[in-house]
Design a protein around this ligand. Structure first.
Ligand code: MN
Length: 325
C-alpha cells in the first residue's frame, strides 16, 4: 500500500478512458526517467493502451540494450497532433521537457509523476513524492496499485531507474524503501551485476578522453570547499562525444576530500548557455539555490541553466555557493 494509491487508481481510470496518450521524459534523459517511462509503457500495454513517448534527445544510448521496441520521439510540434492525456515522468517542472514541452499544450489532462521537491504540481493529477529516491519507486507502486504483474523486463527497467538515481545505492537518498523495492525486483530475477556492468562499468575511449580533458579544467575555491570542472562544445567536438557522455562527471569531483559543493558546467552552445549541475556534501538545500536560476532538483543534487560563457557562469555560481559555507 502506498499513500498515493487513490491517485494511482484515479490515474489508471483516466488512462483507461483516454484515446490518445503521450508520455514525456526530461532533457538529458537519465536512467530514472527512461527506466520509469519504459515501465509505464508496459503498464499501459497491459491495460490495453499505448502512448507516444517524447524526449528532446530521443532514447539514451547507454540504455539501448533495454529499449526493446519502444520508440522515443524527438519530434518538435506537428500539425494536428492532439492528446487527451499526457504523463510527465521525472520532470521537476514542465520546462524540463525542453523542446517537447509543446505536448503539454496539446493535451487536455496531465498526470505528473515525479520525486523532485521543487515540483510546482503542474498536473491535473500530481503523484509527487520527494521522499522517493527515484521516480522508478513510484512506478513500482503504480503497478502494485493497478494490480498489474511486474515482469522481469519491467523489473529491469525499474532497477536501472533506482540504481541510477541512488548512485548505485550509495547516495543519502538510499533508504529502506529503496532496498525493499530493489529486493523485490531481485526476487523477480533482476541480476544487479549484469546491469551494473552494462551501465556503470562501461565506457568508451572517446568518453575517457573527454573525462581527462574535463578533469584538467578543475578549479578549487574557498580553501578547497568548492570544486568546479567544465566541458565545452570544443571539448565535445574534439573527442567526438556529446553531453550524454558527461553524465556523472560532477560525481567525480564531489568525492574530493573536504569538498562541500561540486559543480559541473557544460556548454553545448558555444558560449550562449551553460548547464550547471550542483552536488552538495553539506546540509544545504541546493535545489533552492538552483531555483534562484529557474532550475531545481533535490536537496543534495540540483541543476539549472545560466546564459553566458563558462568563466562568467563559473564566477556567478561560485560566488553564490560561497555564501552558504
Ligand atoms: Mn529521478
Amino acid at each position: 500500500m502506498s499513500k498515493f494509491d487513490s491517485l494511482y487508481i484515479a490515474a489508471k481510470e483516466k488512462l483507461l478512458a483516454a484515446k490518445n496518450i503521450a508520455m514525456v521524459t526530461h532533457i538529458n534523459p537519465d536512467g530514472d526517467c527512461t527506466g520509469a517511462a519504459l515501465a509505464v509503457r508496459k503498464l499501459l500495454l497491459a491495460l490495453g493502451k499505448d502512448a507516444d513517448i517524447y524526449n528532446e534527445q530521443g532514447f539514451p544510448s547507454f540504455m539501448e540494450f533495454l529499449r526493446g521496441d519502444a520508440v522515443f520521439n524527438r519530434y518538435t510540434q506537428e500539425d494536428g497532433v492532439e492528446y487527451d492525456l499526457t504523463v510527465f515522468i521525472d520532470c521537476g517542472n514542465i520546462d524540463r521537457a525542453g523542446k517537447v514541452a509543446w505536448v503539454c499544450e496539446k493535451s487536455d489532462f496531465i498526470i505528473n509523476i515525479d520525486h523532485h521537491s521543487t515540483n510546482p504540481m503542474f498536473g491535473d493529477i500530481n503523484i509527487v513524492d520527494s521522499t522517493a529516491s527515484a521516480s522508478g519507486l513510484l512506478i513500482y507502486d503504480f503497478f502494485k496499485a493497478c494490480g498489474v504483474e511486474i515482469t522481469l523486463e519491467v523489473a529491469n527497467f525499474l532497477y536501472v531507474a533506482i540504481m541510477m538515481d541512488t548512485g548505485n545505492f550509495s547516495y543519502s537518498n538510499t533508504d529502506k524503501r529503496t532496498h525493499d523495492v530493489a529486493g523485490d525486483l531481485l526476487e523477480l530475477g533482476v541480476d544487479p551485476s549484469v546491469l551494473t556492468q552494462k551501465i556503470l562499468r562501461s565506457t568508451t575511449y572517446n568518453k575517457l578522453k573527454l573525462t581527462a580533458m574535463a578533469i584538467d579544467t578543475l578549479h578549487m575555491y574557498c580553501d578547497g570547499k568548492i570544486a568546479v570542472i567544465h566541458a565545452s562544445k570544443a571539448m565535445y567536438n574534439a573527442t567526438g562525444t556529446d553531453s550524454s557522455d558527461s553524465e556523472g562527471f560532477v560525481g567525480m569531483i564531489r568525492d574530493i576530500k573536504d569538498v562541500g559543493f561540486a559543480v559541473f558546467l557544460r556548454d553545448t552552445t558555444d558560449g550562449k548557455l551553460v548547464k550547471v549541475s550542483i552536488r552538495s556534501n553539506l546540509d544545504v538545500d541546493v535545489s533552492k539555490i538552483a531555483a534562484e536560476y529557474n532550475g531545481g532538483g533535490h536537496y543534495s543534487a540540483a541543476g539549472c541553466s545560466i546564459e553566458g560563457k563558462i568563466p562568467d557562469v563559473e564566477e556567478i555560481i561560485v560566488k553564490r555557493l560561497s555564501e552558504e559555507l
